[in-house]
Unconditional design. Structure first.
Length: 440
């Protein structure tokens, strides 16, 4: 069988885990799996990042700076946009597909022999930790999947933890109010491990600080990134001072994410010092697709993965500077469990027309989104996402704009269509090894 065929079979197996188990937040299965595998998660230190919004951007910044500083850095994020391998990267490059096939087969056989049944996210987390341990990463940057306290990533060994933001999202798992959600995210705090806290609502902040104090985790407020001559400037803990910074990621909200990332880097400095040149290079070169991303210029196509009201609010604050006075077509899809009505209400003043579609088995029926919009804007229902994107592009003139929002899965479909299904990142390789040989 070809590598492509074997890889597709492997993805089918992993997808089957998602369909059969979904999210089931508890740590016992991961504890058993890690123990069975000789604790790969303990073979590298980590920076562990949680947050309702911004945690992926902050993780990408951390990874970019640490890589620029010369460290072999493992980055684990979710979900992916185009290809599963995006979730697991080293040195900015993805785990090779052949390695995914080999490691999943090995892990699957071993776990089945031990009668340990993992969810999709748990298996992916184990895969990432196993690969990072094998190639000998110096440090892992690990993004929480959902919540924090019972997330599969909460067994890594952090030297710094961080919470970028707290807002309403995933209420069926995390709770229906900000204090409940904050308590789940605060669950990543560890004794004597500094916890960086971003800009949080007061009621969430109080919960996070109280929990951190209870477990003995020092709380460090994210230091502000400010305008200065020659770029942005940052002064942080332990004497960290970095100037002349330019953020590659667009959007004013990325300053808050950069503040969290830079504060975490400052705290990690005694073990992983990052000179100013590495900070500047990393933040100028960082890539995090699907966040206020321009995919095409004529018509202007902007894709953003905002999938909750707070994320959409941050998106619309950027739209005047990004879209100008263009005629805007919105392509919208969302998971059915999201606060989608509030998201649409925030978006609708900024668009002239809309195309409602659906992505994923948990996706909202586009007829419901269309009904919400129908009285205010012309709206078309196109259930298949690729066809919906094509319809929006066909109806937009060269001077118009298409805004794609509501779901990272929809953003992924846009990358596939406009990018010709090309991978977003190159695969990682160690010289002559296929990417699996440990580093000396």
């Amino acid at each position: 069988m070809s590598v492509r065929g074997a890889y597709e079979e492997t993805l089918a197996y992993l997808t089957g885990l998602e369909v059969s188990a979904g999210w089931d937040l508890k740590l016992e299965r991961m504890q058993a799996a890690f123990a069975r595998r000789g604790h790969p998660e303990a073979r590298f230190p980590a920076i562990h990042v949680a947050g309702t919004n911004g945690k992926g951007s902050a993780a990408a910044m951390l990874d970019a700076v640490l890589t620029a500083a010369g460290y072999r850095t493992g980055l684990y994020t979710s979900p992916h946009l185009v290809d599963f391998t995006e979730r697991i990267r080293a040195g900015g490059r993805t785990i090779p597909r052949a390695t995914v096939v080999e490691l999943v087969a090995e892990l699957r056989a071993d776990l089945e022999a031990a009668r340990i049944a993992l969810t999709h996210f748990e298996f992916a987390t184990l895969l990432a930790c196993e690969w990072f341990a094998r190639i000998g990463v110096d440090i892992g940057v690990i993004e929480v999947g959902l919540g924090g306290r019972l997330d599969a990533t909460n067994l890594v060994r952090p030297i710094v933890t961080a919470i970028t933001s707290v807002a309403l999202d995933h209420e069926e798992y995390l709770g229906s109010d900000l204090p409940s959600i904050a308590a789940e995210k605060a669950g990543i705090a560890k004794p004597e491990v500094p916890l960086v806290v971003g800009r949080l609502p007061a009621e969430a902040d109080a919960v996070v600080v109280a929990h951190a104090r209870a477990v003995g985790a020092p709380v460090v407020r994210a230091c502000v990134v400010v305008d200065a001559a020659g770029g942005l400037a940052f002064q942080g803990p332990l004497g960290a001072e970095w100037n002349g910074i330019h953020l590659a990621l667009p959007g004013a909200f990325q300053r808050d994410n950069a503040a969290v990332a830079l504060t975490a880097l400052a705290l990690a400095g005694p073990r992983f010092p990052c000179p100013g040149a590495a900070v500047r290079l990393g933040l100028e070169a960082v890539r995090w697709p699907g966040r206020l991303a321009t995919l095409r210029r004529a018509p202007l196509v902007v894709a953003d993965g905002a999938h909750n009201p707070a994320g959409v609010a941050a998106l619309v604050r950027e739209l005047p500077s990004v879209l100008g006075d263009r005629m805007v077509t919105l392509v919208f899809a969302v998971m059915a469990d999201k606060a989608w009505a509030a998201m649409l209400d925030t978006l609708v003043p900024h668009v002239a027309r809309a195309v409602a579609t659906r992505v994923g088995r948990r996706g909202l029926d586009p007829e419901r989104a269309a009904a919400r919009l129908a009285a205010r804007r012309p709206v078309e229902v196109v259930p298949e996402p690729e066809a919906a994107l094509r319809a929006a592009l066909a109806g937009a003139g060269p001077a118009d704009a298409v805004l794609i929002a509501g779901s990272l899965f929809l953003v992924g479909e846009a990358y596939k269509l406009i990018g010709g299904d090309r991978p977003l990142f190159e695969p990682w390789q160690a010289p002559g090894t296929g990417g699996t040989e440990p580093r000396p």
